[in-house]
Design a protein around this ligand. Structure first.
Ligand SMILES: [Cu+2]
Length: 125
């Protein structure tokens, strides 16, 4: 009886390890290249944060919330733009393919400080 019980415990431990390994492998399979999510708040006349660091080749989602106006979001060098209506989340997906610094700006005239509403994305290689 003693032996049987010891074997039972041993089997339980082995099964636990195997299960742990399976769970990890499954999770890696479902998120092979997990998106980085960055929340950005837009309001007259700034983006917060105004500097965003991304990694080359890693997919990212910029989640914008505007507090006061349909601001714009434009990255001229990447040919990306979006309207950012207040009261909803606007998602912009980017997978930067080249390291560098990319300026972005509001391209919907939003008032006296509109020209200063900008920021930059730094892509690290
Ligand atoms: Cu604006």
């Amino acid at each position: 009886m003693r032996h049987a019980s010891a074997i039972g415990m041993l089997l339980g431990a082995v099964a636990g390890i195997a299960l742990g390994g399976t769970v990890m492998a499954e999770s890696a399979k479902q998120h092979p290249d997990k998106e980085q999510v960055i929340k950005i708040v837009a309001q007259r006349f700034s983006y917060s944060p105004s500097e965003i660091v991304l990694k080359k080749g890693q997919p990212a989602v910029l989640e914008f919330t505007s507090l006061d106006f349909v601001h714009g979001f434009k990255i001229p060098d990447l040919n990306i733009r979006a309207d950012l209506p207040p009261g909803k989340i606007t998602r912009v997906r980017i997978t930067p393919e080249k390291a560098g610094v990319y300026d972005f700006l509001c391209d919907n005239f939003c008032g006296a400080g509109h020209e200063d509403m900008n920021g930059r994305i730094i892509v690290r290689g």
